[in-house]
Ligand binder design. Sequence first.
Ligand code: 4AD
Ligand code: MG
Length: 483
Amino acid sequence: MFNKRVKIKALLTADQTNYQVTVMGWVRTFRNNQFIALNDGSTNHNLQIVVALGSLDDATIKRITTGASLKVTGTVVASLGKGQKVEVNAETIEILGDSDAEKFPLQPKKHSLEFLREKAHLRFKTNTFGAIFRVRHALAFAVHQFFNSRGFVYLHTPIITASDAEGAGEMFRVTTLPIDGTAPKNEDGSINYSEDFFGKSTNLTVSGQLEGELGAMAFSDIYTFGPTFRAENSNTARHLAEFWMIEPEVAFNDLEDNMDLAEDFIQYLIKYVMDNNKEDLEFLDQRLAEEEKQKPQNERQEFGLLEKLRFVTDNKFERITYTEAIQILLDSPHYKKKKFKYDVSWGIDMQSEHERYLVEKHFKKPVIVTNYPAAIKAFYMRLNDGCEPGKQTVAAMDILAPGIGEIVGGSQREERLEKLEARMADMHIPAEEMSWYLDTRRFGTVPHAGFGLGFERMVLFVTGMTNIRDVIPFARTPKNCEF
Ligand code: 4AD
Ligand code: MG
């Protein structure tokens, strides 16, 4: 059979010798017409293939170039060279696909992340991106394992919707109407969406939460894990127009239960990767350490990657209220020396400089901030009872992570119909179109809570990478939709 191959990772970890194998992969380097470093993506470690001198004709030798794909059959033997325990003495080498060394963009040297972003279709073939995307895969698997082991139902919420779950209006429209001005119009000149594909105005989802809540009202515990779209024009290292989000929604949970679930979840994901992707994390730890060395001393991070991850799994997250957070900022030497660009007062939507100060300078660990002002949060969050006049808060919680900022946003939901309706009216959210959502509160409403974890922000945190474009295979950002 063509494909009776052994994966390089399995071969390198088995330590067995003196048996025949077939391996397939891509050439990373070819030294002295004798040593091929072959990689098949199962691990960053290459398999050394030894070509006996004189066993290949010159024409074949010339075709063994960086990037070319090979099928090699040979004997596994103990390696005399440094760096590997076993290697393969080639008996036959078949070139599956040539790679013109002059034209192949990835040379056997270090390339910048910026360069590789432009070559995102090839960057999986590098050590850095090999490690990142194996870790991303492991994290996705761990998400399902965590919720499955706790009896949650994985609910597939729709990608096309007619509602704005976050009420922030940052949506991509979905339509089949012509955009050349000939779309059917209403009498007042606005577009008549009743003639559109779905008979109404539709968009790509910004969150699966509202549909998730419908599921939680029957299954008790659900989670979603899917692509999410935001047309916010934020060209930052933390924002994507298309990102993946995990959103658990749990009936009978209050804000405190919600925080416990989120903290357990994040710690579980990190532990899973530390147990199962040791090699890749060690590689990324080294990579980060080298990058840090290029920075001036005062800008370097205090912890290495592995140290940071261990710290997060071993310590409880700090929990403070928004009001306490604002007080810490106001009392800080940073504030007194006027070092914040944006002003601080009760009611502000904290800027990333404020969040980073709390997490990186003050607490030096992940922080859960609760009970934000109602005015800066979404309509579905539960109004807290007994607030000071003018200082109405909601049972919200954001988790802020070192180097990332907000990684989780969530809340206890407003389960009281009249309060929810009043809040929606205040915020000009059309209740008639959301009648299906309000039914959750009409028929057997219960206290419930949930949150959203930005998957790419989690991958950033675990890999120690700093730009979100480097942890999703093909990034969609303002003015960029390549590949
Ligand atoms: O805080 P957000 O907007 O919350 C929600 O969407 C809620 N419906 C979640 C819920 O309660 N079920 O988004 C949640 C998380 C953020 O904390 C952040 O990690 C991530 O999603 N996120 C983004 N990640 C990448 N690019 C963007 N543009 C993001 N916007 C939010
Ligand atoms: Mg948020």
